[in-house]
Design a protein around this ligand. Sequence first.
Ligand SMILES: [Zn+2]
Length: 91
Amino acid sequence: MPKGNVKSGTKRRRVVTSPGGKQVTHYIKRNHALTQCAKCGNPLLGVPRRDSLKVLKVPRSKRVPHRPYGGVLCSKCSKEFIKLGEVVENV
Ligand SMILES: [Zn+2]
């Protein structure tokens, strides 16, 4: 009988053959969602996934690119925003 925390479907299941020949289910942690641009929704490059505990241990200078709106907007959107002075929603 699986434990309560693995029955909910939050973890992926992988059936593995053990050395004794038995079929055993391994429960594997899912990846966190990619960080997305606030304007266009594309994944941000150079920004780690939203695994809050691991990300918080890394200093902010290593988490996000060094430019205005780094870690919020992608490079293309931040260029447009700075050039045209567009109003960006949800930032
Ligand atoms: Zn964008």
